[in-house]
Design a protein around this ligand. Structure first.
Ligand code: 13P
Length: 251
């Protein structure tokens, strides 16, 4: 059956030194903990190699927050999937709403990035989610369906390597969480869209994470929903104890 996953997204926070300390703290807390989920931290490119050196990847997975759609060459400032993989990372967040909003990422680019990630054995954590206006005008299911289409060029086997994260944009960093019922409804919708494309077996094996103001205080209720398989955590992942509080919501 599908895995439960709690993944941190550090975004553009921490220096390398601060990030290494935070990773060490999380790693130490996980060392003796019995957890019922996979735990991953996704960190800035600059931090990957140093963080990889201080964590036990049997207990704590490592990912990047983005990768280039290009393989190599004259793309100043870009970081390829192969470069990310060469740090020891195993995951990459793709299509985060902040990338879509501030850097104009679209389905076509995200389809290519997903291909590059998979070609380099990185597990994509593929983000979808509607903005407030789309929540309010009732188009949110359609918006998320069309975002998922970026993945639908994949074979069923490759799709099986992708983790989905539903992050309603209006809940990110706002302190305003989707209710557990709103999350469940969307996660069930996402699973149905996947089932319609790839069949029930693939859909049932897909981990779908919730993200958006997820905290130790609301994680248990969210994760108790049948189609919510964990969380993608922003702000609360920047403190080892609050991140672990969310991991423990699965205990
Ligand atoms: P917050 O948990 O800070 O709302 O961020 C969620 C998020 O964007 C994770 O990718």
């Amino acid at each position: 059956m599908r895995k439960n996953i709690v993944a941190g997204n550090w975004k553009m926070n921490t220096t390398v030194q601060e990030g290494v300390s935070l990773a060490q703290e999380v790693n130490a807390l996980l060392k003796d903990a019995k957890t019922n989920c996979d735990v991953v931290i996704c960190v800035p490119f600059t931090h990957l190699t140093a963080v990889n050196a201080v964590i036990d990847q049997n207990k704590l997975g490592l990912g990047a927050e983005n990768c280039s759609e290009h393989d190599k060459g004259a793309y100043t400032g870009e970081v390829s999937a192969q470069m990310v993989a060469s740090t020891g990372a195993n995951y990459v967040i793709l299509g985060h709403s902040e990338r879509r909003q501030y850097f104009g990422e679209n389905n076509e680019q995200l389809a290519t990035k997903t291909r590059k990630a998979l070609d380099n054995n990185l597990k994509p954590i593929f983000c979808v989610g509607e903005v407030l206006e789309e929540r309010e005008n009732g188009t949110y299911n359609d918006v998320v369906s069309s975002q998922l289409e970026a993945l639908f060029g994949l074979s069923a086997e490759d799709f099986g390597k992708v983790v989905i994260a539903y992050e309603p944009v209006w809940a990110i960093g706002t302190g305003k969480t989707a209710t557990a019922d709103q999350a469940q409804d969307m996660h069930a919708h996402i699973r149905k869209v996947i089932a319609d494309k790839y069949g029930k077996e693939v859909a049932d094996a897909t981990s779908i994470l919730y993200g958006g103001s997820c905290k130790p205080t609301n994680a248990k209720e969210l994760f108790a929903k049948p189609d919510v398989d964990g969380g993608l955590i922003g702000g609360a992942a920047l403190k080892a104890d609050s991140f672990m509080g969310i991991v423990e919501a699965f205990n």
